[in-house]
Design a protein around this ligand. Sequence first.
Ligand code: SF4
Length: 80
Amino acid sequence: MSDPKGRVTVIHQRDKCIGCHYCVEYAPAQWRMSKKDGKSVLLGSKEKKGFWITRIHESDVEENKKAAKACPVNIIQVRE
Ligand code: SF4
């Protein structure tokens, strides 16, 4: 789950999302598909100039890195 005290940052450039669903498959605790526009949602994130940003705990890093790697348009960043 997202946590404001997590030390690792996850960034989603949401406007470029093609709705492929991979991030949800690899990191279901952190991602959902939006029924409104078919793009994914980074849970707990806040938007800043087109980038949706949240912090996660170390224990969630691995699966979010997998999501980032799987994203075909390369719009997920995991920054430790
Ligand atoms: S993997 Fe990338 S393109 Fe696919 S739904 Fe997630 S953020 Fe969007």
